[in-house]
Design a protein around this ligand. Structure first.
Ligand code: M6R
Length: 608
């Protein structure tokens, strides 16, 4: 999604803003722009395409001197990616510049009104209405004008604004789109995400919904949308700069795949106190856990896939009925929230628009909401009743890897704890689970030490038009994620099927050479999956199978077998996914694609 960076201080603003934007490139964008106050005017440069085009246009910012500036990377929603539609947008007099993340939903109506009054638009964007509305309401006090505008717009926004009349100020505002304010000595920053600031500061203020901020040489002030002065404390972000850099890896995705053992350790071990799982900070009493009648897991994309595994594990261990729903469906389907039910919202970014809306809906219906979130201080983390933080560290690559793995670990811990409290497993089984959990990071490490086979296998898929994934139970949940990994970064069409479903339709697509990836790690249903593999082989499919060393016989059926070490059957997904992540990575690499920034995608989907 779009990115915002802004700076005011005693250094040249443009290079800092451009650098901030470059740290947000991973979020996905198709044009970029910057506005800087040069002592007399607000000067602007914008360009469709990569940030490098803008950097060239501005001589890496040197062509736009000045100490106060705002910049933007745009992911097109209203109007195609073009120079004109790129942000910032300015009013006709070039006295007000605006960058905006989000969507102004009533912009058509607002635009028609403004056009009637004689305002001339130079872009197709929803954002441009803001620049003209600010002109309409501005009477010398920017905050007052911003308030008036915000009271009239519907939708979501994170805004960075400059007024020529107040040249040493940046104004910011947010509703349902993240925005933070950073401070480091004389320098003050705005950004839509933490990595844009890490080079300069880790001291940040998280803006809440419908808050306005003013940043000047002297101060940072926060106001409510009704003009009330607010007091706010800064927080220190724990992530360090190197966490958001490639550290010698060719891509963030590869680095993040290799960071999984550490991420898992950091998520699992702080939760273990001797032989106990400590979830006290979640504020769920044992009595409440015992009374739980239903759990609904709500999320999008890979986080939803983690939730599919979560359902299997929670139901198996804690014997609580669990449903896993897509947040975009949940929020519009009038869900039933029983008194003793728990809603678990899963999100790496903590800013996904649908997941946030689902959370609010669940709370409004009286449900208790637990969030499994990676980004500290994100909207979902702040609005949930309690938070289970995954400690994956910053995840930059659009394709999630380590955050997904940590979400799985969070579900394992929750399930084991709930099961023990509810008496659905005994102490001996709990010990067994904990012992397997503790070994997981090392087992992932072991898998990562042999990537060559996957790099070699990837060649088989470089020219594929489509790939089918299949599995049963947890192997199916992993297939969903493996398939998404492959399609999102390789652009090869791919679908995952519950293996038993194939013969209800999909098997008609099998023909000579059809690529199938079968995940068959579960001993309990191995014979069933094996039959499905034989069925597709009989129809000519070329099968790559993932299984454990217990099933060497699979080599006689599949074209190629990858062996995954064994762990508790409920945790197998954490190991099989590693091979599928690496496979997707090498296929994308082999096809010469932009691994970290796949086309049309954004890291954090903050609009519907
Ligand atoms: O930040 P979130 O976990 O809420 O994001 C949800 C999805 O957009 C995300 O998991 C997406 O599917 C992944 N980038 C895919 O790799």
């Amino acid at each position: 999604m779009c990115g915002i960076a802004g700076y005011i201080g005693n250094q040249q603003a443009a290079p800092i803003v451009l650098d901030g934007l470059s740290r947000l490139e991973y979020r996905g964008y198709d044009s970029a722009g910057i506005a800087v106050f040069d002592g007399e005017r607000i000067r602007m440069a914008k360009a469709a395409g990569r940030l490098s085009v803008l950097e060239k246009l501005t001589d890496s910012g040197r062509a736009l001197p000045g100490f106060c500036g705002i910049g933007h990377t745009r992911w097109a929603t209203h109007g195609c990616p073009s120079d004109e539609n790129a942000h910032p947008h300015m009013n006709q007099e070039n006295t007000i510049a605006v960058v905006h993340n989000g969507i102004i939903e009533n912009y058509r109506k607002l635009r028609a009104k403004l056009e009637k009054k004689g305002y001339v638009f130079s872009s197709e964007t929803d954002t441009e209405v803001l620049a003209h509305m600010l002109t309409e309401y501005y009477r010398g006090d920017p905050v007052e004008a911003i308030e008036k505008v915000l009271h009239r717009v519907e939708g979501s926004y994170a805004l960075g604004i400059m007024f020529l009349d107040h040249p040493h100020h940046i104004y910011a505002a947010r509703r349902d789109s993240p925005l933070i304010v950073g401070v480091c000595g004389e320098g003050k920053f705005i950004a839509s995400d933490v990595p844009a600031l890490l080079e300069h500061t880790r001291t940040v203020y998280y803006m809440e919904n419908e808050e306005i901020a003013t940043l000047s040489d002297e101060h940072i002030r926060f106001y409510s949308i009704d003009g009330e002065l607010l007091s706010k404390e800064p927080v220190t972000v724990e992530w360090d700069v190197s966490a958001a850099q490639k550290d010698g890896y060719a891509h963030f995705m590869l680095k993040e795949i290799y960071e999984q053992p550490k991420a898992l350790r950091d998520t699992i071990f702080p939760r273990l106190k001797g032989d106990r799982i400590d979830l006290e900070d979640l504020g769920l009493s044992e009595e409440e856990i015992r009374r739980l009648s239903r759990i609904t897991i709500v999320a999008c994309g890979s986080a939803w896939h983690a939730g599919v595994t979560g359902k299997y594990v929670l139901e198996e261990l804690a014997r609580i009925p669990v449903e896993t729903d897509l947040a975009s469906e949940y929020r519009y389907r009038n869900p039933i929230c029983e008194p003793d039910s728990l809603v678990i919202v899963v999100s790496q970014s903590g800013e996904t628009a649908d997941s946030l809306a689902a959370l609010r809906d669940a709370k409004a219906r009286g449900s208790r909401v637990l969030a499994i979130v990676n980004v500290v201080g994100s909207s979902i983390a702040r609005e949930a009743d309690s938070v289970f933080y995954t400690n994956a560290g910053p995840e930059i690559s659009v394709a999630t890897t380590k955050a997904y793995s940590c979400q799985l670990a969070a579900f394992y811990l929750l399930a084991a704890k709930f099961a023990l409290v509810r008496g659905t497993i005994d102490e001996a089984r709990a010990k067994e689970l904990l012992s397997s959990l503790k070994k997981l990071p090392d087992q992932v490490q072991e898998l990562l030490s042999a990537p060559d086979e996957l790099s070699f296998l990837a060649n088989r898929y470089l020219a594929a038009d489509h790939v089918f994934f299949m599995g049963r139970g947890i192997d199916y949940a992993v297939s969903l994620e493996g398939s998404l990994k492959l399609k999102e970064i390789s652009y090869i069409h791919s679908e995952a099927y519950a293996a038993g479903e194939l013969k209800h339709g999909t098997i008609s697509l099998m023909e000579e050479g059809t690529p199938v990836i079968a995940v068959a790690t579960s001993d309990r249903i191995y014979p069933k999956t094996l039959s499905n593999i034989v069925e597709v082989k009989t129809r000519g499919a070329s099968v790559l199978a993932l299984t454990t060393p217990d099933h060497r016989d699979l080599s006689q059926v599949a074209d190629h077998v990858l062996f995954v070490p064994k762990t508790d059957p409920l945790f197998m997904g954490s190991l099989s996914i590693v091979s599928l992540q690496l496979l997707a990575y090498y296929v994308s690499l082999g096809r010469g694609l932009d691994v970290d920034k796949p086309r049309n995608l954004a890291k954090s989907v903050t609009v519907e």
